[in-house]
Write a protein that binds this ligand. Structure first.
Ligand SMILES: *[C@@H]1O[C@H](CO)[C@@H](O)[C@H](O)[C@H]1NC(C)=O
Ligand SMILES: *[C@@H]1O[C@H](CO)[C@@H](O)[C@H](O)[C@H]1NC(C)=O
Ligand SMILES: *[C@@H]1O[C@H](CO)[C@@H](O)[C@H](O)[C@H]1NC(C)=O
Ligand SMILES: *[C@@H]1O[C@H](CO)[C@@H](O)[C@H](O)[C@H]1NC(C)=O
Ligand SMILES: *[C@@H]1O[C@H](CO)[C@@H](O)[C@H](O)[C@H]1NC(C)=O
Ligand SMILES: *[C@@H]1O[C@H](CO)[C@@H](O)[C@H](O)[C@H]1NC(C)=O
Ligand SMILES: *[C@@H]1O[C@H](CO)[C@@H](O)[C@H](O)[C@H]1NC(C)=O
Ligand SMILES: *[C@@H]1O[C@H](CO)[C@@H](O)[C@H](O)[C@H]1NC(C)=O
Ligand SMILES: *[C@@H]1O[C@H](CO)[C@@H](O)[C@H](O)[C@H]1NC(C)=O
Ligand SMILES: *[C@@H]1O[C@H](CO)[C@@H](O)[C@H](O)[C@H]1NC(C)=O
Ligand SMILES: *[C@@H]1O[C@H](CO)[C@@H](O)[C@H](O)[C@H]1NC(C)=O
Ligand SMILES: CC(=O)N[C@H]1CO[C@H](CO)[C@@H](O)[C@@H]1O
Length: 563
C-alpha cells in the first residue's frame, strides 16, 4: 500500500533562490492567537495536549476545531491539493462528541480531535476509498477499516481523506509523487512546486501545515518515512502487525503497515496508541507480543537516550545519491553529537553486510509483485460490498486504467502491474517463498537485526533518506524526526517526471531511529529525547500557510450569538 519512487533526478539549474520569497506566502503573522484572553498557540504548532487543554477549559469546541481546520484546508487546497474529500458528516460527529464531553463522557485523549486519513484507508461512511483511482470511485466497504474504527472508538473525528501517490505508488515507473487521477497533484509547502514525496503525500502536507492534529499514512517501503522526511514531520512506521491493515488497500501483506504522520513525537505517540492493537480481521496482529499495548505517550522521556548504544550503518549512506546527500550528512553527523551529549554511545560503521547482494538481487521486487497479485483481490477487491466497475483482479484494474482517459495512461504507464502480471505466480508459490526468504535474510540477519545483535545495539540511526528499505523488507519499525533543511544556496533539481521541484532551498529532511520488531516504545523515547534537544521543526518555515486560527472561529461564533 505504499512505496516511494526511486528518485533519479534531472539536474536543472534554476538559479539561486532566496528564502521567504513568499509566493502566495502568508507566513510569520504576529497576530495574537489568544482565545478569550487565554494564550493559545497557532494551529500549525498546536499539540494534542494544547487541544485537550482548550477543549477541557471550554475555550473552544470540537465543532470549532473542525470549522477552523476545514477553513484552513480550503485556503491552501487549490494550490497544494492535499485533501481530496471532507467528511460530509463531520460537523454532526463533532457536535455529538462535544455533547458527550459536556456530559463528562470522554472516550480518550483524542476525543473530539480531528485527524485526516490517507485515501487508501476505508471508512464505512459517505467518503470514498479509491487509492486515487476512478476504478474504485463509488465503491463501498461493509464496515470501517480496523484503524478507522479504532480512531472513532478513541473519540477522534475523521475529518477527511488525503491525496496520495496513486495506488500508493504501485502502478507506474513514470508518474510523480503525490499524483492521483482523483486527487490531482499534491505539492509540498516548503518551496513552490515542491515534490511532496510519497506515497502518503497529502497526509504529510496536511500535517505539516496544521490542517488537522495529525494524519494517518501507510507504508510498504518508505511511504510514511519519506513524505515525513521532506515535509518537516515526525512519522512512525510501525512494525508490520502492530496496526491492522484490514480494509486498507494493499500492496504487500508482508510489508504494509499503517502509522501516524504528525508534527511532534508525542502527537504521533497519541495517534499510534489509538490505532495499535489486535484485529480479528488481520491475523498478522496476532504477532503482537504484549498483553496490553505499551504506553507510547509515557515513553516520551527526555532522558531516554541515557546509556543507549546506537549504531550507524554507514554503508547505507550513499554520497552519490540523488537528491544530493552531502548537506544532509553534515547535519546528521552533527546530530550524532546531540545523541552523545544526551548520554548515548554512538557506534559508527555498524554496516549492513547484505547491502550489495540486496541491491543486486531482484528479490524484493518479486515479493511485492507476487504479494500484490494475491493481496489486492483477496484482501480488498473481493471484500467490497459494492464494486461499481467490477474490478476484481490486477488484470481488470489494468484494463480499466488503460480504458479510462482521466487515469492519464499511457502518459503515466502501468509498467509495475505489467511486471506483476508477467511474473506468472502469486505469493502461494515456491518461487515466492525462496525470494521472500532471501529478501528477509539479507535485510534481517545481514541487515537490521544482525547489526543490532552483533554490535549489542539498542537502535540504529540514519538520515531518513536512507532508512526505509531494510526495515521495510523485514517489517521492523522506524521513526523519523525533523533534522534540518537544504541551505539557501541549494541548486533546484526537478523530479524525474519533470514537473516538480524535488530538491530546493528550505526543503526539510529528517533523522530516523530504527530498532527490533515491536520496539516502538523504545524508539519513541529515543526520538522524543532527540527532538526535545534539537527542536528543529519550528525553525523551518513553509512558503505558504493558511491564516485561519481558532480565535477567528470562536470570535465569529460569539458575534453570531451577540450581533
Ligand atoms: C513581527 O514582529 C517582529 C518583531 O516585533 C517584527 O520585526 C516583524 O516585522 C513582525 N512581522 C510581521 C509580519 O508583522
Ligand atoms: C471568556 O471570557 C469571559 C469574560 O472574561 C468569561 O465570562 C467567559 O466565561 C470566557 N469564556 C470561556 C469559554 O473561557
Ligand atoms: C481540493 O482542491 C481541488 C482542486 O482545486 C478541488 O477540486 C477539491 O474539491 C478540493 N478539496 C476539498 C476538500 O475542498
Ligand atoms: C520550481 O522552482 C522554480 C525556481 O524557483 C520555479 O520557477 C518553478 O515555478 C517551480 N516549479 C513549480 C512547479 O512550481
Ligand atoms: C490469516 O488469515 C487468512 C485469511 O485472511 C488465512 O488465509 C490464513 O490462513 C490466516 N493465517 C493464520 C496464520 O492464521
Ligand atoms: C526516563 O529515562 C530515564 C533513563 O533511562 C529513567 O531513569 C527514568 O526512570 C525514565 N523516566 C520515566 C518517567 O520513565
Ligand atoms: C562501513 O561502511 C563505510 C562506508 O561505506 C566504510 O567507509 C567503512 O570502511 C565500513 N566499515 C566496515 C567495518 O565495514
Ligand atoms: C482486457 O481487455 C482486453 C482487450 O480489450 C480483453 O481481451 C481482455 O479479456 C480483458 N481482460 C480482462 C481481465 O478483462
Ligand atoms: C511514460 O512511459 C510510457 C511508456 O512506458 C510513455 O508512453 C510515456 O510517454 C511516458 N511518459 C512520460 C511523461 O515520459
Ligand atoms: C525468485 O523468483 C524467480 C522467478 O522470477 C526464480 O527464478 C528464483 O528461483 C526465485 N528464487 C530466488 C532465490 O531467486
Ligand atoms: C553552499 O554553501 C556552503 C557553505 O558556504 C558550501 O559548503 C557549499 O558548497 C555551497 N553549495 C553549493 C551548491 O554551492
Ligand atoms: C475529490 C476532489 O477533490 N477532486 C479534485 C482533486 O483535484 C483535481 C485536480 O486538481 C480536481 O479535478 C478534482 O475535482
Amino acid at each position: 500500500m505504499a512505496l516511494i519512487s526511486l528518485a533519479h533526478l534531472f539536474v536543472a539549474i534554476l538559479g539561486w533562490f532566496s528564502l521567504n520569497s513568499g509566493v502566495g506566502a502568508v507566513s510569520c503573522s504576529n497576530r495574537s492567537t489568544d482565545i478569550n484572553g487565554t494564550a493559545f498557540p497557532p494551529l500549525i504548532e498546536a499539540t494534542t495536549e494544547d487541544l485537550i487543554g482548550g477543549l477541557e477549559a471550554g475555550l473552544f469546541t470540537s465543532v470549532d476545531l473542525v470549522t477552523a481546520y476545514t477553513q484552513r484546508i480550503m485556503e491552501v487546497n487549490a494550490t497544494l491539493h492535499m485533501v481530496t474529500q471532507l467528511n460530509p458528516d463531520v460537523l454532526s460527529i463533532a457536535a455529538q462528541l462535544d455533547g458527550q464531553r459536556a456530559k463528562g463522557i470522554v472516550y480518550g485523549p483524542l476525543h473530539g480531535i480531528p485527524i485526516l486519513i490517507k485515501n487508501n484507508i476505508a471508512t464505512a461512511d459517505k467518503m470514498d476509498n479509491t487509492a486515487g483511482s476512478y476504478a474504485l470511485a463509488g465503491a463501498k466497504v461493509p464496515r470501517d477499516s480496523s484503524v478507522a474504527a479504532k480512531l472513532r472508538k478513541a473519540g477522534a473525528v475523521i475529518l477527511g481523506k488525503t491525496n496520495l501517490s496513486q495506488w500508493a505508488n504501485y502502478r507506474s515507473f513514470n508518474s510523480s509523487n503525490g499524483w492521483s487521477a482523483i486527487g490531482g497533484q499534491t505539492e509540498g509547502a516548503y518551496y513552490p512546486g515542491q515534490d511532496p514525496s510519497g506515497s502518503s503525500s497529502g497526509s504529510a502536507v496536511a500535517s505539516s501545515l496544521g490542517l488537522a492534529l495529525a494524519a494517518l499514512g501507510t507504508e510498504t517501503d518508505g511511504s510514511i518515512l519519506s513524505p515525513s522526511d521532506v515535509n518537516n514531520l515526525v512519522g512512525i512506521k510501525p512494525t508490520v502487525g502492530l496496526t491492522s491493515r484490514y480494509l486498507v488497500i494493499p500492496i504487500s501483506e508482508h510489508q504494509d503497515t499503517v502509522g501516524p504522520i504528525a508534527r511532534t513525537v508525542k502527537d504521533a505517540a497519541y495517534v499510534l496508541a489509538a490505532i495499535a492493537g489486535k484485529s480479528a480481521y488481520d491475523n498478522y496482529t496476532n504477532a503482537i507480543p504484549f498483553e496490553t499495548i505499551p504506553d507510547y505517550v509515557a515513553a516520551c522521556n527526555f532522558s531516554a537516550l541515557q546509556g543507549k548504544r546506537i549504531g550507524v550503518p554507514r554503508n547505507l549512506i550513499d554520497l552519490t545519491a540523488d537528491p544530493p546527500a552531502a548537506p544532509i550528512v553534515a547535519v546528521f553527523d552533527a546530530a550524532l553529537d546531540i545523541l552523545r551529549k544526551a548520554g548515548a554511545t554512538i557506534v559508527d560503521n555498524t554496516n549492513f553486510t547484505g547491502y550489495k547482494a540486496l541491491n543486486e538481487g531482484n528479490y524484493s521486487n518479486i515479493v511485492l509483485e507476487a504479494d500484490f497479485i494475491s493481496d489486492l483481490p483477496k484482501e480488498y477487491l473481493s471484500q467490497l460490498s459494492y464494486n461499481p466497475n467490477k474490478v476484481y483482479s490486477v488484470a481488470d484494474l489494468r484494463n480499466f486504467t488503460h480504458a479510462f482517459p482521466l487515469e492519464d495512461w499511457p502518459e503515466r504507464d502501468t509498467l509495475v502491474w505489467d511486471g506483476a502480471l508477467a511474473l506468472g505466480f502469486d505469493n502461494t508459490s515456491p518461487e515466492f517463498w525462496s525470494n521472500y526468504t532471501m529478501n528477509t535474510y539479507l535485510a534481517g540477519p545481514l541487515g537490521v537485526t544482525g547489526a543490532l545483535k552483533n554490535y549489542s545495539l539498542d537502535a540504529l540511526v540514519l538520515p531518513t533518506e536512507f532508512s526505509p528499505n531494510f526495515p521495510a523488507l523485514i517489517g521492523s519499525p522506524v521513526i523519523t524526526v525533523p533534522l534540518g533543511a537544504y541551505p539557501p544556496n541549494t541548486t533546484v533539481l526537478l523530479n524525474e517526471f519533470g514537473t516538480l521541484n524535488a530538491t530546493a532551498p528550505n526543503i526539510p529532511f529528517g533523522i530516523s531511529f530504527m530498532g527490533p520488531h515491536f520496539s516502538e516504545e523504545l524508539l519513541i523515547g529515543l526520538a522524543y529525547a532527540f527532538e526535545q534537544r534539537s527542536l528543529v521543526r519550528n525553525t523551518i518555515t513553509p512558503y505558504i500557510q493558511p491564516v485561519t486560527e481558532l480565535i477567528d472561529v470562536v470570535d465569529a461564533k460569539l458575534k453570531l450569538a451577540r450581533p
